[in-house]
Ligand binder design. Structure first.
Ligand code: GDP
Ligand code: IMO
Ligand code: MG
Length: 429
């Protein structure tokens, strides 16, 4: 099973980190292919909690080589802080490889992310403020700084000078902020250069050779399908390609080498930041899900908006990503309810939609059409086989499976590494 893509099916925080960690010991490489330190993955191993932002979740598995692909944007100070934090906890991080083509988050882009949001006021996106959007904008605008530029100081200075011609105008004239100097930017960017040098490689070549040698490569998405810049709820999205297609452009692995696409689907829905969310619960039930599921952001600590599962989104994720297997997470959070609702279609201004509406205006108007399913009261965190689950929990999973049109290969019943029910081996046919 050479290359497997793992994506989020909803608006992020589905439990991708835990799923990656679960597969970690059976794969040779885990590649982060998009996003940056806007991600927040919590992985729990033997009651120890690890919060990863920029590093691939595979870093917690000693046998696995973690790779930061070309599609990622790297904040160098966060990278070295995160590495130091793991080193202090006895995690060997020495295998990390970083693409020479990955872009770096320059300090002015962190500033611009924050001031742009303030400027937008009620039209803000609710970004993580990490400089992600402006850095990807620079990449597309061809004024970005890449990891490889750090090793040619003449080129680096030229590039920073070029970028600052525009950035300082924007900072000073539009946002009334202090202009920055080339020296201070270059100084910050090269601070960790010597430590970075041995980690940098042509990761596309490395991964291609690994696949030729029969190694297994897991491509792990940050963010999720509805946060994808093309396929998400634009403009309330992140600025990268978080769907399965992005795994190819963000790593250098061609589509013909991808064998399996695993999507992580939370048993209900959450969203952080602004934007439409048809099944959002603004009542006590929403608060119940937030409390029971511990739905507070790993990166910014913001309370996550919570709502019922939306299978229109599940079907959309199946289609856009070519999902072969779903992992349903946090089924345990739904224990203790008489009735569990699932959104099966939308009512948009009196018209029923079984698929995602074509336009965002329609999606903003979408009212959920629910199907009620009977709940269960048992604590399911100790269940390790599907048959051990209460009948109504089994029925919930089977109904969702049928509605989203692709098999559910595993079900999460708790945050711990072993708190999962496997139905089909994700690495076997
Ligand atoms: P990611 O961004 O997709 O990696 O997800 P996050 O780590 O941001 O959020 C998922 C949260 O759910 C984390 O705190 C996980 O430890 C936790 N989690 C993952 N799977 C399960 C599960 O099956 N049950 C419960 N109760 N928690 C889970
Ligand atoms: P993981 O990988 C949930 C959201 C932000 C905001 C929008 C744009 O943990 O699932 P950005 O800073 O990326 O420009 O913000 O995207 N967002 C996430 N929401 N999980 C994430 O990552 C997210 N990464 C970005 O809240 O609405
Ligand atoms: Mg997260």
């Amino acid at each position: 099973m050479p290359a497997i893509v793992l994506v989020g099916a909803q608006w992020g925080d589905e439990g991708k980190g835990k799923a990656t960690d679960l597969l970690g010991s059976r794969v040779d490489y885990v590649v982060k292919f998009n996003g940056g330190n806007n991600a927040g993955h919590t992985v729990v191993i033997d009651d120890e909690k690890y919060a990863l932002h920029l590093l691939p979740s595979g870093i917690l598995t000693p046998s696995c080589t973690p790779v930061i692909g070309n599609g990622v944007v790297v904040d160098l100070s966060v990278l070295f802080d995160e590495l130091a934090g793991l080193d202090a906890r006895g995690i060997d991080t020495s295998k990390l490889v970083i693409s020479a083509d990955a872009h770096v988050i320059a300090p002015y882009n962190r500033t611009l992310d924050k001031v742009t949001e303030r400027f937008l006021g009620s039209r803000r996106i609710g970004t993580t403020g990490r400089g992600i959007g402006p850095t990807y904008a620079d990449k597309m605008n061809r004024i970005g700084i890449r990891v490889q530029d750090l090793f040619d100081e003449g080129i680096l200075r030229q590039k920073v000078e070029g970028a600052l011609e525009l950035k300082n105008q924007v900072l000073a004239k539009i946002y009334n902020r202090r202009a920055v100097t080339v020296d201070e930017v270059v100084e910050e960017l090269i601070e960790h250069r010597d430590a970075l040098r041995p980690m940098v490689a042509d990761t596309g070549l490395l991964l291609s050779k690994a696949l030729d040698d029969g190694k297994t490569v897991l491509l792990e998405a940050g963010q999720a399908t509805l946060l994808d810049v093309d396929h998400g709820t634009y403009p309330f999205v992140t600025s990268s390609s978080a769907t399965a297609g992005g795994a190819c452009t963000g790593s250098g692995i061609p589509p013909t080498r991808i064998d399996r696409v695993v999507a992580i689907l939370k048993a209900y829905t959450t969203r952080v930041g602004e934007g439409p969310f048809p099944t959002e619960l603004l009542d006590d039930m929403g608060e119940h899900l937030r409390k029971t599921g511990g739905e507070y952001g790993t990166t910014t600590g913001r309370p996550r908006r919570c709502g019922w599962l939306d299978v229109v989104i599940g079907r959309y994720a199946t289609r856009v990503n070519g999902v072969t297997d779903f992992v349903i997470t946090k089924l345990d959070t739904l224990s203790g309810l008489d009735t569990v609702k699932v959104c099966v279609a939308y009512d948009v201004d009196g018209v029923r939609h079984d698929e995602m509406p074509m336009t965002q205006s329609e999606f903003h108007h979408a009212k959920p059409i629910y199907q009620d399913l009977p709940g269960w009261w048992e604590d399911i965190s100790g269940c390790r086989t599907f048959e051990e689950l209460p009948v109504n929990a089994q029925r919930y999973v089977e109904t969702v499976e049928q509605m989203i049109g692709q098999r559910v290969s595993a079900v999460g019943v708790g945050p711990g590494r072993d708190e999962i029910i496997s139905r089909h081996d994700l690495l076997e046919e």
